[in-house]
Design a protein around this ligand. Structure first.
Ligand code: ZN
Length: 174
């Protein structure tokens, strides 16, 4: 299994609406394996295809029940409100309290093309909504109120997250 570099904020692929997947085949299964590998290495509990530069409606997750993948997901119902400290592998090292629906019903397809459906609550529902946002080109900072978002963007800029120039680690020669 290979793993990908995770795209970070500033990469245009994270701001595009990902496209529907028309054919579920072996190449998709290999992509899912590599995405899961990338997610476990990070580590994270969910990863959407745009985060590895693939503009398709697909995400993987594991919140403790083993690895899963969903193709062409759709949230068909949501209910309640729940505030939770949320982070994102594409905005590394930062997190914010974000209010979202507490429960959702999500449907999609598995890697055999079968319909799958989950009634999710709290953390699982949060993860699904976060990954769905990625497929619609939305990053978590867009879920913040205007003042918090402004401060968040400043922090991201100060930390140079997503910019080409990164502090060089490791050896420094005199
Ligand atoms: Zn994310």
């Amino acid at each position: 299994m290979a793993s990908f570099d995770i795209r970070v904020i500033g990469d245009p692929v994270l701001r595009q609406r990902a496209q529907e997947i028309e054919e579920i085949d072996g190449s998709l299964a290999r992509l899912v394996d590599d995405m899961l590998n990338t997610m476990y290495e990070a580590p994270g509990i969910g990863l959407a295809a745009p985060q590895v530069g693939v503009n398709r409606r697909l995400f993987v997750w594991d919140i403790g029940d083993g690895p899963s993948a969903m193709v062409n997901p759709e949230i068909v119902e949501s209910d309640g409100e729940w505030s939770f400290e949320e982070g994102c592998l594409s905005v590394p090292g930062l997190s914010w309290e974000i209010l979202r629906p507490k429960q959702i019903h999500i449907v999609g397809r598995d890697l055999d093309g079968n319909e799958i459906s989950y009634e999710a609550d709290e953390l699982e529902a949060r993860m699904f909504q976060h990954e769905m946002d990625h497929l619609d080109g939305t990053l978590l900072i867009e879920r913040l109120d205007a003042d918090t978002r402004k401060a968040a963007l400043q922090t991201i800029s100060d930390l140079r997250i997503g910019q080409k120039h990164r502090p060089s680690g490791g050896l420094s020669l005199p």
